[in-house]
Design a protein around this ligand. Structure first.
Ligand code: ADP
Length: 302
């Protein structure tokens, strides 16, 4: 910790805060995640050892891992700083078809790398875990490498936005947790793409009376689709191949990579740098606007 200079907060997750830090010996900016865990030293040591395999997870679509350590009951995890942040905060207007294709390609290649080279199932595919930088790169973070860490975090975390596949929701409710396979990640990939394409989560909480009703809709309702007005047949077909109710009917990563949507993506120029720049500007404008409105409300109340 002595080698790090703490900078601003980048975001808050379910389990802790992420801060930008400067690693003074190398002059490299990093993102440092702090996770508070009520565990004994032996268990914390076990987590740090398990996280070590992340050093081997080096791929263009995976956020670089720099190292982890613990102090008292907090695990600190240092990774590459992605200066445009996560997709959940950039997708507001809905991502256009060509940009969505670029993101989908990166996600599929990243997930395939984790599975084929590292024997890792991601288990938490969602727009918050898709990070972007101003060079236009798209990378995945936050995948399940440490059994001990997963166990310590996996408490009652069914939030109001579930990316879990139907079989996983059913498994959790019946206590049968053995149903998680790589195709559960493919469902989450499809759902994340719909959210990024629409600009909002496809099972909006205001439509359902409670989380139970929402989960029931995921398990028993029709799978969501990309809107016809804004997306081509190939984009829509790609997503529908991820969102089959039966895990065995979902496409594999190899099939997704040779799907026309990703073949088209490889053959076209996409201005990712320009898109990231505009998305950041529009987010900043919105934040200024919101601040103005809040100031106005305060003035009116006085
Ligand atoms: P969650 O627990 O919901 O997955 P995290 O704790 O991983 O969320 O991250 C919280 C927020 O911090 C993210 O939404 C993202 O905006 C930001 N963040 C996380 N990792 C990085 C990173 N490597 N670079 C830049 N921002 C990051």
């Amino acid at each position: 910790m002595g080698q790090l200079q703490l900078e601003e907060e980048l975001g808050k997750g379910n389990y802790g805060t992420v801060k930008r830090v400067l690693h003074k010996p190398t002059n490299v900016y990093m993102a440092m995640k702090e996770i508070r865990l009520e565990l004994d030293e032996a268990k914390l040591n076990g987590i740090i050892m398990e996280l070590d395999i992340l050093h081997r997870a080096a791929a263009p679509e995976i956020v670089d891992f720099y190292g982890a350590f613990f102090i008292e009951s907090c695990v600190y995890y240092c990774m590459e700083h992605m200066d445009a942040g996560s997709m959940d905060k950039l997708e507001a207007e809905g991502v256009p078809e060509d940009v969505l294709g670029r993101i989908a390609g990166a996600m599929v290649r990243g997930l395939k790398f984790l599975k084929d080279e590292m024997q890792i199932i991601h288990r938490d595919v969602k727009p918050t875990n898709v990070l972007v930088n101003t060079k236009g790169q798209v990378k995945l973070c936050d995948f399940g490498v440490s059994g001990q860490l997963e166990k310590s975090l996996a408490k009652t975390n069914i939030g109001c936005q579930s990316y879990m596949a139907p079989e996983r929701i059913k498994g959790e409710s019946t206590g049968n947790l053995g149903t998680y396979t790589v195709s559960s990640d493919v469902w989450s990939l499809g759902l994340a793409m719909i959210e990024m394409g629409l600009g909002h989560y496809p099972y909006p909480p205001e439509t359902y009376a409670n989380v139970f009703a929402q989960l029931t809709a995921i398990v028993h309702g029709d799978a969501p689709e990309l809107p016809e007005e804004r997306f081509s047949e190939s984009a829509r077909d790609f997503v529908s191949r991820c969102l089959h109710k039966l895990p065995g009917s979902r496409a594999t990563y190899a099939q997704l990579l040779s799907h026309p949507y990703l073949v088209e993506d490889r053959n076209r120029d996409v201005d990712m740098v320009g898109w990231v720049k505009r998305a950041l500007e529009s987010r900043a404008e919105k934040q200024v606007q919101q601040q103005r409105e809040r100031n106005q409300q305060v003035l009116e109340q006085q």
